[in-house]
Write a protein that binds this ligand. Sequence first.
Ligand code: MTE
Length: 337
Amino acid sequence: MLIKLPKASDCPESDVTPESFYLSRRSLLGGALAGIAASSLPRWANAVEASRYADVEAGRAPNWFTEKLPSTHWQAITVKDEAITPFKDATHYNNFYEFGTGKDDPATNAGSLKTEPWSVVIDGEVAKPGRYALEDFMKPYQLEERIYRLRCVEAWSMVIPWIGFPISALLKQVGPTSKAKYIRFETLQDPKSMPGQRSSFGLIDWPYVEGLRLDEAMNPLAILAVGMYGRELPNQNGAPLRLVVPWKYGFKSVKSIVRISLVSEQPKTTWQSIAADEYGFYANVNPTVDHPRWTQARERRLPSGLFSPNVRETQMFNGYADEVASLYTDLDLRKNY
Ligand code: MTE
């Protein structure tokens, strides 16, 4: 993948939102939604709220999202002692090649993506195939907030509060047949709204495709996200529906999904097709297996700058080994990177 070195001006350390501040925002939002008066919160929380929640830019959520949001199970999963990445970094340092290869291109260009109406096709080895309007597709699912680490193969990382639902719940709805062994996800292909698909950056054979083994998709940590930071997904982060698999490198987390297929063969994925020796199908975060061009032992936690690089050790399976290591007991992770 293309790597851009951080500029000294990138995100000063002081921009980090301490988790306690973030969590106080969450509890205020949750409390407000549940009809609890903000005055019941400690005074400092109100002050923090007033000054910090403004960081999260308001979006224009579709009705189905606004209706579902109040019953979200907040902080269903969280991280301990790690700050949530500021919203500004999470939404202005992105990989979404459909909108350009620069880290700030998606924020600049993704406004052209029209996310309403949106439909999702479910096909392949399933009992209930179909094309669903997103609002109908979402009806069965209880939203949960999942605060996860996101580790990019390029060796930067963030902590993002996603809102979504487990893929296992979707699989229960659609009923994979006995032939289904993998799940394949496809991003929208629309060169009119996606300048990267029109450009001469010819490496990628659009649409962007990713996949998981079925047992990986069934793991409770694997989710489809529709929101982050208490609001709907911004376009640059993969609105209106994206995959999030926190124990894998970020490129597995395919954005703006329009098709989900249950298949019997391992799908050919985008980055594997571009450089199979660098980007494998599994892409599990693994500090002991280096990328051919750089180490994976460490990562830069954003915000990170030249004078405060904020480097930390990368954890096996991105810190989720207890939950997912059992999926790979029979696999040589050096060969199946
Ligand atoms: N999905 C699509 N359709 N196109 C992309 O270019 N980039 C991937 C992944 N999903 C990408 C994509 C990569 S390399 C990463 S690291 C994550 O999205 C980044 O997600 P973020 O921009 O929300 O941090």
